[in-house]
Design a protein around this ligand. Sequence first.
Ligand SMILES: Cc1ncc(COP(=O)(O)O)c(C=O)c1O
Length: 386
Amino acid sequence: MSHGSATQSIHGQRDSHVRPVTYPIYQTAAFAVEDSDGFAHINDYGGEDYFYTRYDNPTIRHVSDKLAQLEHAEACLLFSSGMTAITTTLMAFLAAGDTIAVSKALYGGTLAFFNNWAPRFGIYVLTLDEEQLYALDQHAPQAKVVYFETPVNPRCDCLSIRRVVEAAQRIGALVIKDNTFATPINQTPLDLGVDLSIHSATKYLGGHSDITLGAVMGRRDHLAAVFTARKVFGGIPSPHDAFLLDRSLKTLELRMIQHNASALRLAEFFSEQSQVRQVLYPGLPSSPSHAVAREQMRGFSGMLCIELADLTAAKAFCDHLQIALHVAHLGTAETLVSIPILTSHSMLNAEALAAARIAPGMVRISVGLENIEDLIADFAQALAAV
Ligand SMILES: Cc1ncc(COP(=O)(O)O)c(C=O)c1O
């Protein structure tokens, strides 16, 4: 049957024999059904049929399945940002009257949710230090959920995943952990008993500074609850961004091997510089986090933190860099520096900064993929200017 020019220009020729190397972008807001009975499973999670991209989409599902495999999870859901992944997941498991135990040391945006937003919905937030997280039966026996991250942004301290999980199991709490700084190449928390692993995929998973995405991985029954919440809150990414993440994942392992190696070299370099008060990198044998990191990580990642004399020194150092960029971001091919009190943790008051042990002279460094000799030379000349 020949169609009119409008029909032809809309539908074109569909070829079922093309076999693209890259998974295609299903850039469509909705999917038609064969007949009216086709909507029978519209509310199911993970079914074979697609209905509406805010619910699910083949490109997004394709990347999610890859990420689930990488993180040793049954399933994964993608989000339009790391913060959407975090807040939607928490809303899926918490209700008014519930208590959540959270680490004092977290990414600033996550802390802002716990400090300023969760209480507005009647959720009790208990903010705990490392030792208290290992003794939840004493400090938060009523907690329904435990939330932490390791390595911690920005200090790169490592908490024992095993000890938090054991403590949570004693009180029957769900464990949610941010794995952004490590990536599944360096650390797979679900293997250690964590229930849900969360990423800002804007960082290493994306790795090229061109997408803002989030991901949650875990058991299928847990993710069914998150899926229901994602449909309502609407935080699914665009298929095009999911496609770009798929592109990035192809080089994730190679990139992380290089990030790990260059960060160790730079941590060793900074350890020898008189202007640097402390170098925080779990890969250094002298680091207080080294033993824990060795127990739970395969590589120590590309993030490190140095402490200079004060904020003036930190600013001078960042302002003199010529290769590294001064950016509120991390986990990319470019080396990036930021001063946490001005960026990632700028929403914290003095008390919260002290609790997270973040000093004004700290500079967070996300070591990129440039030649290491160039990076060392750049950091050396910037230190000389401090
Ligand atoms: C550890 C960590 N978790 C979560 C987030 C939030 O991710 P996004 O910026 O993609 O919303 C960030 C952002 O910097 C982060 O560093």
